[in-house]
Design a protein around this ligand. Structure first.
Ligand SMILES: Cc1ncc(COP(=O)(O)O)c(C=O)c1O
Length: 483
């Protein structure tokens, strides 16, 4: 039963519910959140989010304020990303939605291709695999360079064929923060008359500013003639509240297939530019407010700040006898790995950092790349880097004292035989027990995630996926209790 509670009790519950969440501000959470450190911009974002929370972007003629703000943001982004006259765009809920729409538009622009494919560097974001899964566009994965982590344009060019509807590059990739050679990738696509999408969800609001300081940084945006669309997230390095990204197309013709309209039902005529239909105007208004509040000079300073932080961090990590940076990160993201032969476990290191108040994101081994810890620097992290480096040194020492992680041999054998299509509740319960994760209420996540990450790392990709579904399915089963 839904029992009514007082406003004070609701407020205090909302506060106490968050006590186990990662902090969104303060610069110590190095994934998931982006903190500009600018209190006034944050406050304006929250105000706009609340003021527009009940508006509906379903119909742009009913809420023209939303159309006006969307157009303003698109114009701003098109200028930043060197879009030619005629560049158009849509505000979406996030990078994944921008990518899904780029893929579906590329597919539907070619109804004559019955088994469409897209050519992806293996470092491309998982959102492209989600698009493949939803829309039936088969990904053709091209391994990236094992040292630099960058896409290999000649190999990508060789993978393009008559079924290819889209070629992709990242600016930069999420996992290792490296910039793909966009000019060569886009040229290879253009020669074949194929669309080229640049995933600049991370770099779209950083690289244009960094290139002003460092012209040797490679071009990555619409100035590269073969680039046909770009995704850029505002809720990352434009530091706006969550639910804010843009998908830009070089021309209205390229965008056309992104729209969905329907007059085949008795209700209102439906015309959607995005996957969502009814959608709150809150994130759009918040994005408009924050970007206008920070402005061009503000973003140039914030971009410089995270980039200087990255340089400092790269140097410190590479000087560490146990750790190294993977690939050649260029903007604000970095993946650190344990050096070959060093006697510590990277997932234990993540746990030790978290125990000291720093959240870093474990990434499993992939292709030639070892398991790593991912760090996304926010502007607010940079002044705190000396404290982070102290915590890192202490955590390395603690992780060395614990030594390499070992999974029970029986568990490794079980993983090898696991049929990922049939990960039944019974099999999953068995695994949870071997890992010591079962409590009175079923699956109970431990404070330290090292054993779970080690389990995932030891499993092949399909089993990893099935295990992840198993974990999240269990965690999200409601516990029914009498009030
Ligand atoms: C390069 C890149 N593309 C796409 C995405 C997906 O964005 P979102 O999580 O906003 O859906 C991310 C998220 O980190 C990203 O880094």
């Amino acid at each position: 039963m839904l029992i009514m509670i007082s406003p004070e009790a609701i407020r205090s519950a909302l506060t106490s519910l968050r006590q186990h969440d990662l902090p969104t501000h303060g610069g110590q959470t190095l994934a998931y959140v982006y903190d500009s450190g600018l209190a006034e911009a944050d406050a304006l974002g929250r105000e706009a989010l609340a003021a527009y929370g009940s508006t509906n972007g379903l119909d742009p003629t009913a809420f023209p304020s939303l159309l006006a703000m969307e157009q303003d943001l698109v114009t701003l982004a098109a200028d930043l990303l060197e879009g030619p006259e005629g560049t158009v765009g849509s505000f979406t809920s996030g990078g994944t939605e921008s990518i899904l729409l780029a893929v579906v538009a590329a597919r539907d622009a070619h109804p004559e291709i019955t088994e469409p494919t897209m050519v992806l560097p293996s470092s491309a974001h998982a959102a492209f695999h989600k698009a493949a899964h939803y829309f039936g566009v088969r990904p053709v994965l091209v391994p990236v360079d094992a040292d630099t982590g960058r896409a290999v344009p000649s190999a990508m060019a060789a993978a393009i064929d008559a079924k290819t509807v889209l070629v992709v590059g990242s600016a930069p990739s999420y996992a290792h923060g490296v910039l793909d050679p966009i000019s060569e990738i886009a040229a290879a696509a253009a020669v074949r008359g194929v669309r080229c999408h640049v995933d600049a969800c991370i770099g779209g609001w950083l690289l244009p500013y960094l290139r002003r300081d460092d012209p040797t940084l490679e071009p990555f945006s619409f100035e590269v003639s073969g680039v046909t669309s770009m995704s850029v997230d505002l809720h990352k390095y434009a530091y706006t509240p969550k639910g804010a990204s843009l998908l830009l197309h070089r021309s209205p013709e390229l965008r056309r297939a992104q729209y969905f309209s329907s007059a085949r039902w008795p209700g209102y005529t439906m015309i959607n530019s995005t996957l969502q239909s009814t959608k709150s105007g809150g994130p759009l208004a918040a994005a408009w407010a924050v970007t206008r509040s920070i402005g061009d000079h503000g973003y140039a300073a914030l971009a410089r700040q995270v980039h200087e932080g990255l340089q400092l961090l790269i140097k410190a990590v590479n000087e560490n006898a146990e750790l190294r940076v993977v690939g050649e990160p260029v903007t604000s993201l970095l993946a650190l790995a344990v050096r070959d032969g060093a006697a510590l476990d990277v997932f234990t290191l993540a746990d030790e950092l978290q125990a000291r108040g720093w959240y870093t994101q474990p990434q499993l081994h992939f292709e030639h790349f070892p398991a790593t810890l991912h760090l996304s620097l926010s502007a607010a992290t940079v002044p705190r880097l000396p404290a982070f480096l102290d915590a890192l040194h202490a955590s390395v020492a603690a992780a060395k004292a614990i030594g390499s992680a070992r999974l029970p041999p029986a568990l490794i054998a079980q993983l090898a035989e696991l049929n990922s299509d049939e990960l039944s509740d019974a099999v999953f319960d068995g695994l949870v027990q071997v890992l010591g994760l079962s409590g009175p209420a079923g699956l109970e996540l431990p404070e330290r995630m090292g054993s779970i990450n080690a389990l995932l790392d030891a499993a092949p990709a399909r089993v990893r996926e099935a295990l992840l579904v198993g974990f999240v399915d269990r965690l999200s089963r409601p516990v029914r209790k009498q009030e």
